[in-house]
Ligand binder design. Structure first.
Ligand code: PRP
Ligand code: GUN
Length: 179
């Protein structure tokens, strides 16, 4: 797919994202007040979302990163989730919040939640900027969702297309140009 020959349609603008992250930050700050919040951000896709979200928190938080991979270069998940880099800190008694840019098939988040559960946290929940429930292949309902979106391949704000466009500051859908 040659992205230059397609139409970019904005799905979540910079203003939409800023407003929603403020709300999520307030909700999380309330829910995790007096808890031991430990954010686990899934790279690479969630680096921008995590950076913006944690700056909306008004409670103490530890932040760490895991690298996962399942999509390779294209628009379809390989179905096999790989943990490229794990957390090596002891997570016992922490209240873990796994943060990712998107839940699509749900395979990545389910795999990571099951993996981290084995590290004896006090609790484990997840927060995604975008949720595509129509695409789900496993049972998974993210605890915190920025936007529920239709079954379309989205790019920008951390999400890549062929390893590019992660730096675009809004989320867009790529569609065919009318001839
Ligand atoms: O619900 P799923 O179908 O598993 O899809 C969601 C995952 O896919 C993307 O990651 P990807 O494997 O493309 O790696 P990236 O984070 O480096 O973009 C995205 O960042 C999520 O982690
Ligand atoms: N860029 C991108 N990566 C994904 N990984 C899972 N779903 C998507 C998507 O819609 N866009």
């Amino acid at each position: 797919m040659d992205i230059d020959k397609k139409v970019w349609e904005v799905l979540c603008s910079q203003e939409d994202i800023k407003k929603r992250l403020r709300e999520l930050g307030q909700e999380l700050s309330k829910d995790y007040d007096s808890k031991k919040l430990y954010v686990v951000s899934l790279l690479k896709g969630s680096f921008i979302f995590t950076a913006d979200l944690v700056r909306e928190l008004v409670i103490p938080v530890k932040i760490n990163f895991m690298t996962t991979s399942s999509y390779g270069y294209g628009m379809e998940s390989s179905g096999a989730v790989e943990i490229v880099s794990d957390i090596d800190e002891d997570l016992t008694d922490y209240d873990i919040l796994v943060v990712d840019d998107i839940t699509d098939s749900g395979l990545t988040m389910k795999y990571v939640l099951e993996h981290l559960q084995k590290k004896n946290p006090a609790s484990i929940k997840c927060c995604v900027l975008l949720d595509k429930p129509e695409r789900r292949q496993v049972e998974l309902n993210p605890d915190y969702v920025g936007f529920t979106i239709p079954d379309k391949f989205v790019v920008g704000y951390g999400l890549n297309y062929g390893s590019y466009y992660r730096n675009i500051p809004y989320v867009f859908v790529v569609t065919e140009k009318d001839r």
